[in-house]
Design a protein around this ligand. Structure first.
Ligand code: ADP
Ligand code: MG
Length: 564
């Protein structure tokens, strides 16, 4: 019971820090159970992990708020944010050495993601937090710890985990927004759209390092009439905005007129955003993949031959591997890898493209013979991607009109307002501004079998750890994720690290393809929850679910990856 914990804390007060190990365990409080799942070894180590567990009879959150996966995610997201706010409200930090007195929870950003920080089902509600157990130097401050467990946490729990004590209007509007977003994402497909941006959205961000909306100077979004579509959302009702149809869409316009901003909003809107974000009704098909050049990346066994053939060193491009890709080969690999897993939309910004991958102009075509040029530019393949494979493209192109020929829709950004200039642009197209190949071809992706030799062990086994948003370290091999622009939360990176560990431990048959493995893991997560892939018991660590695309993208860049 809670008395046991209190007695323990008083008894170990003033002892060496290791004495804290004794408090690991479960304690019954009046309205909940406190579980201390792991205890840090010293005040400077990663904080200790704990959970508060409330039965459904006590918490009384109505089941119809969380009886669908997307609603459940929204409720958990709400509880996590509220818990975090209530830490600020009800806890004044106790002092001490190292991480003493730290009290935190994995805090969500602008997106609403499936996360392990909170769980709700028909039987119980659970919240997972971290605490720095207080110390003076390396001596236990048991009385200070008691303040956290007996003053702060009960207040925070009381005002977060019991339905009668929370602002239920806020919770309902959080869930209702998720219902609308879920509905909208499904409706996109029925209307043959790949993306939607509602009127009055705010797309620009506060700064290059902040994902919060630009407030004062922002020009709100307004759809051109010709592309305007309407939805009747279950909660919000009628909403209008720009629907981007399947096919090839160009975003053109002068420099600094907001082209990259709109593309960036589309990239990130594979996720749902919170109210007030400005992008809550910007919805992109969830399999959209940002494609960019990424020279220096590793490529393992990818068939880039639809784009690149006859390399001067005679290297085979049907099973192309390199430790150091060029701009164009990396961009080709990024596309083929996206197709291997499955995508219905490529998002491309000229700012981050390899020019020679995108276009070869007429003069250059005349000067350099075709059989001397290894690259078939994207412009020659983009229509086949759509007509043959049903993969649409949205592309920012401000500097070249070559793509007018192959585009279905052309949108011009003018002082941050979009205009439909399709007809005007098409009338400009000269008869033969460039030669689309008439050669017939198809795009085959390799079904790459994952080999267990990808995951060498040391005598200590396998250790995979995330470091911030952009780095994962496998034993001593570092994996760089900084160009995965749709990876948005460092807890997703944690989750990718856990998934890599999970693959290394569980998928050593040398028989399954990378895509099959990822699909199986996501099935497991769907059936058993995100906790199920964690190696910890109790508090599973701070994990947020990435898309399959980001997990595979991480594997694809892993320098030890070995496939056949
Ligand atoms: P482009 O790609 O066309 O060169 P950007 O999208 O990079 O232009 O935008 C240029 C600048 O304008 C950025 O600082 C961006 O934050 C700002 N911006 C973009 N859209 C808007 C908008 N709707 N309202 C206000 N500022 C905007
Ligand atoms: Mg730009």
């Amino acid at each position: 019971t809670q008395d046991n914990l209190q007695n323990l804390l008083f008894r170990i007060d003033g002892k060496g820090y290791k004495a804290y190990k004794d408090i690991k365990g479960k304690y019954k409080f009046k309205n909940y159970t406190l579980s201390i799942d792991s205890v840090q070894g010293d005040p400077f180590a990663a904080p200790s992990k704990g959970r508060i567990i409330v039965s459904q009879e006590a918490s009384k959150f109505p089941e119809d708020l969380f009886n669908k996966p997307y609603k459940n995610i929204a409720v958990c997201d709400f509880i996590t944010r509220l818990f975090s706010n209530n830490i600020w409200k009800y806890y004044s930090k106790v002092k001490g050495s190292g991480k003493s007195g730290l009290l935190t929870i994995d805090k969500p950003g602008q997106e609403i993601l499936p996360r392990t920080s909170s769980v709700i089902d028909e039987t119980h509600l659970e919240i997972r937090f971290e605490v720095g157990l207080p110390a003076a130097g390396r001596k236990v401050l048991g009385k200070e710890a008691a303040k956290i467990f007996f003053d702060a946490l009960p207040k925070i729990a009381e005002n977060t985990l019991f339905y009668k004590n929370i602002n239920t209007d806020n919770l309902k509007s959080h869930v209702n927004l998720s219902i609308d977003q879920h509905y909208l994402r499904n409706e996109l497909k029925k209307k043959k759209l790949v993306a939607f941006i509602s009127n009055d959205s705010i797309l620009p961000r506060e700064s290059g390092i902040s994902d919060k909306p630009l407030v004062k100077e922002a020009i709100t979004f307004k759809s051109p009439k010709s592309l305007e579509v309407e939805f009747n959302l279950p909660n919000k009702g009628i909403i209008k905005g720009m629907g981007i149809p399947k096919g090839i869409t160009l975003i053109v316009g002068g420099g600094y007129h907001g082209k990259s901003t709109i593309l960036r909003a589309l990239e990130r809107s594979v996720y749902n955003h919170i109210k007030g974000d400005g992008r809550e009704f910007v919805i992109t098909t969830e399999n959209a993949v940002k494609i960019r050049a990424e020279d220096g990346r590793r490529v393992e066994n990818v068939n880039i031959s639809p784009f690149i053939k006859n390399l001067p060193n005679g290297q085979n491009t049907e099973n192309f591997s390199t430790e150091n890709a060029s701009g164009s080969t990396s961009q080709a690999a990024n596309i083929i890898e996206a197709l291997e897993l499955g995508t219905d939309l490529l998002l491309i910004d000229e700012d981050t493209c390899a020019t020679n991958f995108m276009i070869r102009d007429k003069k250059m075509q005349k000067l350099v013979e075709k059989n001397k040029e290894p690259i078939t530019p994207f412009i020659n393949r983009v229509r086949y991607l759509y007509e043959g494979l049903d993969v649409s493209t949205i592309m920012v192109a401000g500097s070249s009109g070559e793509y007018f020929d192959v585009a279905d829709n052309i949108i011009m950004m003018d002082e941050y307002i979009p205009y439909d200039v399709t007809d005007k642009a098409k009338s400009i197209v000269e008869d033969t501004s460039f030669n689309i190949d008439s050669e017939t071809y198809s795009i085959n992706t390799n079904s790459r079998i994952l080999l267990s030799s990808s995951f060498p062990r040391t005598y200590k086994g396998i250790k995979v750890k995330a470091k911030g948003l952009h780095t994962i370290v496998y034993n001593k091999t570092s994996l760089d994720l900084k160009y995965l622009e749709q990876l948005v939360d460092s807890s997703q990176t944690n989750c990718i690290a856990v998934i890599i560990q999970y693959i290394a431990e569980n998928f050593t048959s040398n028989k399954l393809s990378i895509s099959d493995i990822i699909n199986r893991i996501y099935k497991t997560i769907e059936n058993k929850g995100l906790d199920s892939i964690s190696t910890f018991s109790g508090h599973p660590g701070n994990l947020a679910l990435p898309r399959k695309h980001e997990v595979i993208a991480a594997l694809n860049r892993f320098r030890l990856l070995n496939t056949r």
